[in-house]
Design a binder for this molecule. Structure first.
Ligand code: AMP
Ligand code: MG
Length: 319
């Protein structure tokens, strides 16, 4: 299949392909998404195939209105209504699903993750289509997510119908909160913090994998939680500050360093703020993996829960 590269002026073409049941990649405010009609089994199957994603890993369904939400979910609990004040934006809510949502989309679960995105291209696409779009991150399974169309092309060229050019804002995937249970639970950390969520609905539970991302969790709520993620093709080492000089000296081969400090290595990706690191972390991984033998990440503050979650999942070692 020839993958079309489209501009943000060619959204009608993208919508036409989506209406034909094809898969299209597009920028979102989190990371690039790989979208298809969430209600059409055959279309959703193409997402799983293009990504090489196991079928027990559920997809998030994206909507543009409350009316669309009501067609997909059994009920909207009070906590959900309160959290929907943070929509549109990088927040996914897990609801009890209606029959309407095919089992392939929810990976056989009785629940479905729903998000209302704020990215203008994504919003316009859903409007033009008139149906919800299932969209995981636009990377091959297990690889770092993509935040540029060039990175999507590396993984998806020839496998999907089109890629829309544009830019992402946050740089990591959405925060996920399960509001289908009596006491809501944070399933995945993101730019929207636990504190922001608790300011809306009071204390919530936190899934153990949020804080301990590389411990094998037996309590995966969706099978998708058990998989390793975000892994570049070279080893990633996350290093506590006091060990950095030792690690830089002792590791052999060409070293790529991600840091905010004035340290040196073969290639240095230097950022000023953790927001900038969040926006670029997957691009750093994808650019460095082509040029170095090992990626070393210098300490980040313990309060950066979402970033630490992604980095520790990507890391093969922590020093
Ligand atoms: P992504 O990897 O960005 O495509 O996001 C999909 C992830 O969202 C899955 O791997 C799950 O961890 C989570 N998820 C999606 N739907 C559900 C659901 N119904 N229940 C629990 N987690 C879900
Ligand atoms: Mg993903």
């Amino acid at each position: 299949m020839k993958t079309e590269l489209l501009s943000n002026k060619e959204l009608e073409r993208a919508a036409e392909l989506l209406k034909q049941g094809e898969v299209v990649a597009f920028p979102t405010e989190t990371v690039y998404g790989l979208g298809a009609n969430a209600l059409q089994e055959k279309a959703v199957a193409k997402i799983f195939k293009a990504k090489g994603r196991p079928s027990d890993n559920p997809l998030i369904v994206h909507i543009d209105s409350q009316e669309m939400l009501d067609t997909l979910v059994e009920d909207v609990p009070e906590n959900a209504t309160k959290l929907m004040k943070l929509w549109p934006g990088p927040l996914t809510l897990v609801f009890k699903k209606k029959e309407m949502v095919p089992s392939i989309t929810s990976a056989g679960l009785k629940t479905v993750g729903i998000r209302m995105p704020s990215h203008p291209i994504f919003q316009k696409l859903i409007k033009l289509c008139g149906f919800p779009l299932a969209a995981p991150s636009a990377n091959s399974f297990g690889k770092p997510s993509c935040t540029t169309h060039e990175h999507v092309l590396e993984d998806m060229d020839g496998k999907i119908a089109a890629i829309i050019k544009g830019s992402c804002d946050v740089g990591i995937e959405s925060t996920i909160v399960d509001v289908s249970r009596d006491k809501p639970m944070l399933l995945r950390p993101g730019k929207i913090t636990q504190e922001e969520v608790e300011n809306c609905i009071g204390p919530i539970d936190v899934h153990p994998s949020v804080l301990h991302p590389n411990q094998k969790t037996k309590t995966a709520l969706s099978p998708g939680m058990k998989y390793r993620h975000y892994s570049p093709s070279v080893p990633v080492v996350y290093v506590e500050q006091e060990n950095l000089d030792t690690v830089l000296k002792s590791e052999s081969g060409k070293k790529g360093l991600i840091t905010s400090q004035l340290k040196t290595a073969d290639i240095v990706c230097r950022y000023k703020t953790t927001e900038e690191l969040m926006k670029n972390v997957f691009s750093y991984f994808r650019d460095l993996e082509k040029k170095v033998d090992i990626i070393i990440i210098d300490t980040i503050p313990k309060t950066e829960i979402a970033l630490l979650n992604r980095i520790k999942k990507a890391a093969s070692r922590i020093r």
